[in-house]
Design a protein around this ligand. Structure first.
Ligand code: SF4
Ligand code: SF4
Length: 237
């Protein structure tokens, strides 16, 4: 087993002050279990303090460090050097910010509009059934939860939205659809009609081409396309 690899990161840079974009090469010897966020930090410390990138939890739970590596959207905090070399069969990695949002600087994207699409579908229980009473927990059985519990692992990292071949302008996106479907399947939600209106609207599942790219890239291993397919079959009407 190799302890380290000579790798090249070809990073898309963006300077908003001069509205200039370019690809910058960074060469380094990288330990096999360094993660890509560690590589960005290493660049800041050893080669270039001006490279901007973003992260928060660095434990695969927040989606802040999502970037595209060799075209695949993924969490930079979860990708180890040795896994990247083996998966992409190369030591050269092209790194770009997500394309669902405009770049603010280098790998940092402005996610506000992307999050607005999720907000639009109201990813929370609007009207609980029965109405919530102070001190009362809302009962939900393991059996009821089982059918959609996988979908609740979504962290809104937007990997699926970035990989989706449908238009980013006309489609609310796979993660927004998933958030809607979770609430349609949630026995506590009374406002199902509102949900169904969004699901079957012009910006809803009719925009999905069933490519399954969303399922393929989801770092939480959610079969997003399966949930969308259930909606397409009319299971929730
Ligand atoms: S299956 Fe549908 S939602 Fe998922 S990536 Fe393909 S087109 Fe987008
Ligand atoms: S469904 Fe998966 S890929 Fe899409 S936002 Fe949620 S966690 Fe990320």
């Amino acid at each position: 087993m190799r302890e380290s690899y000579k790798i090249t990161l070809k990073i898309r840079r963006y300077d908003p002050d001069n509205d200039r974009s370019w690809i910058q090469d960074y060469h380094m010897e990288a330990g096999r279990i360094l993660r890509f966020v560690d590589l960005f930090r290493k660049i800041n410390e050893e080669q270039d303090p001006t490279l901007a990138w973003d992260s928060s939890c660095e434990h695969g739970q927040c989606g802040t460090c999502t970037v595209k590596v060799n075209g695949k959207p993924l969490l930079a905090c979860e990708l180890l050097v040795e896994d990247a070399v083996s998966y992409f069969e190369t030591t050269i990695f092209h790194i770009e910010p997500l394309d669902v949002a405009p770049a603010i600087r280098d790998l940092v994207a402005d996610m506000e509009n992307a999050y607005e699409k999720v907000d639009q579908v109201m990813p929370y229980v609007i009207e609980p059934e029965p109405p919530f009473e102070e001190g009362n927990e809302h009962p939900i059985t393991a059996h009821e939860l089982e059918v959609y519990v996988d979908a609740t692992r979504c962290i809104n990292c937007f990997c699926c939205a970035s990989a989706c071949i449908s238009s980013h302008n006309s489609f609310l996106g796979p993660n927004a659809m998933l958030a809607t479907i979770i609430r349609v399947m949630d026995p506590r939600e009374r406002e199902k009609d509102k949900r169904l209106k969004v699901l079957y609207s012009d910006q809803g599942i009719s925009r999905c081409h069933s490519s399954m790219a969303c399922t393929f890239v989801c770092p939480k291993e959610i079969d997003v396309a399966h949930f969308i397919a259930l909606a397409k079959e009319g299971r929730f009407k």
